[in-house]
Design a protein around this ligand. Structure first.
Ligand code: SF4
Length: 169
């Protein structure tokens, strides 16, 4: 993994973390290839523009100004989020995770460690179309993540991108 895994930092948003003023940390790389993806620069980036330390330095300057941090991408769970979330949490920020749900094990670890306050889980398509829409054959991983979140009671939302050519009601 590159020493600069962060593609970009959006310093301020009041739209991406319900009820909180937050920043967004955009992680490089993704394990899907969605047909409608608008983040291809991030998905295919082998290297970003920022190190983890850059993120912590940025957050240091935002203590008391922001409530939370959104981990997004790309797919943030391709990265070792446990130490990153511990560090962000220590600084006093709430953490929201945007994920496609394929890395069930890491999501489970993060939730069980109490490191994630809110999850936005992407629903891409039902099993029959999942591979076509995402380029991934791992629908079962998404389903396991959804099952875990429902059973666990962790605060989360499921969201989807409706592309009329790809997804029918
Ligand atoms: S999961 Fe998100 S970032 Fe990854 S390819 Fe699909 S739309 Fe793009």
């Amino acid at each position: 993994m590159s020493d600069k895994p962060i593609y970009d930092i959006t310093p301020f948003t009041h739209l991406d973390y319900p009820g909180k003023l937050a920043c967004i940390v955009w992680f490089c790389g993704c394990n899907m290839r969605c047909m409608y993806c608008y983040n291809s620069d991030i998905v295919f980036a082998k290297k970003g523009h920022y190190t983890e330390e850059d993120v912590y330095e940025f957050l240091d300057r935002r203590v008391g100004l922001l409530d939370g941090v959104v981990l997004s991408g790309g797919e943030p769970t391709l990265h070792d989020l446990l130490p990153i979330c511990r560090r962000i949490r220590k600084m006093g920020f709430s953490i929201k995770l945007d994920t496609n749900g394929l890395n069930t094990d890491l999501i489970r670890e993060l939730v069980e460690a109490g490191l994630i306050d809110y999850i936005a889980l992407d629903f891409k398509a039902m099993n029959g179309k999942f591979g076509y829409v995402t380029g991934s054959s791992r629908y079962q991983n998404f389903a396991q993540t959804l099952d875990f979140l429902v059973a666990n009671g962790a605060p989360f939302e499921v969201r989807t991108t409706v592309h009329a050519d790809l997804l029918q009601p």
